[in-house]
Ligand binder design. Structure first.
Ligand code: 6CS
Ligand code: FE
Length: 264
């Protein structure tokens, strides 16, 4: 799996690129079974919706389940990320954001890097986000919306109060852009939501402005998001680091795995 010059140019210019039909339906089934098992065990890594029970996010499944441990090394995810970063990578963070049918809640407009900078002392926006569609993504089930090219604006600073966070997962609403900011940004950066069948892979910049709406459709939208970071750019925490399920501590360079996930 090698990105073409056009795909690399899209990532650099737009801040994202979609690679359709990268994993088969059987492979996605395998991953979803593993996800269901992992989600059954409660713990701080499992974030719920406001009802307190419905899964919203689960972090670091690759540290608990062999299928995900292999997935983060998959040539189809790690390969393109290494091409973009041009460096050895480790997993900074892995999560599955599950937007349930009939009510999976929104993710406020935000950039990712500023959160890791403030919470984890990440010194550069050198990460590559690699998202895998575990469900078909349509205009109906709350797709991620990007502001095309907004990663080139760099870090959009937030008010100091936004940094007043605890030691856990930080929901984007704590770092949300204001309506006035958004209204200004969309004049230069059009809204676009990459959609496609389950098994698609979406690479996106840690600096791109993104958000997503409520899922009012009868179809779930589970999105696995891996954040790779160059080994040479691993952060050194100031004070107590956040828990390991949020900030990967294993900085060993990942080796490519060319295997598939349909036969275990
Ligand atoms: O707490 C975190 O690390 C997560 N929070 C946000 C808003 N973005 C990055 C990351 O997934
Ligand atoms: Fe995000």
């Amino acid at each position: 799996m090698t990105l073409t010059e056009e795909q690399l140019a899209s990532y650099r210019n737009d801040g994202f690129v979609l690679l359709e039909n990268t994993f088969s339906g059987e492979e996605i089934e395998t991953l979803c079974l593993a996800l269901a098992e992992d989600q059954r065990v409660p713990g701080p890594r499992l974030i719920t919706e406001n009802d307190g029970v419905t899964p919203r996010s689960i972090y670091a499944s690759h540290t608990r389940h062999p299928v995900f441990e292999r997935l983060v090394r998959s040539e189809r995810l790690l390969g393109p990320a290494r091409q973009i970063a041009d460096d050895d990578l480790y997993v900074h963070q892995m999560k599955v954001n599950s937007k349930q049918a009939f009510g999976g809640e929104e993710w406020a407009w935000h950039q990712d890097y500023i959160v890791w900078r403030d919470a984890d002392n990440m010194r550069a926006a050198s990460q590559v986000n690699v998202a895998l569609f575990l469900d078909d993504v349509t205009e109906f089930n709350g797709p991620v919306i990007f502001l095309r090219g907004s990663h080139r604006l760099g870090t959009l600073e937030r008010a100091a109060s936004a940094r007043d966070h605890g030691a856990g997962h930080i929901d984007p609403h704590e770092y949300a852009l204001t309506p006035v900011e958004l209204a200004g940004l969309v004049k230069q950066h059009e809204m676009v939501s990459p959609k496609g069948a389950r098994g698609g892979v979406l690479l996106f910049s840690p600096q791109i402005v993104h958000g997503s709406g409520t899922n009012v459709s009868p179809f779930a939208r589970r999105l696995l998001i891996l954040t790779y970071n160059p080994v040479s750019a691993a952060p050194t925490p100031v004070g107590a680091p956040r828990p390991e399920h949020l900030v990967g501590r294993d900085h060993t360079p990942l080796q490519i795995d060319r295997g598939r996930f349909d036969r275990l």
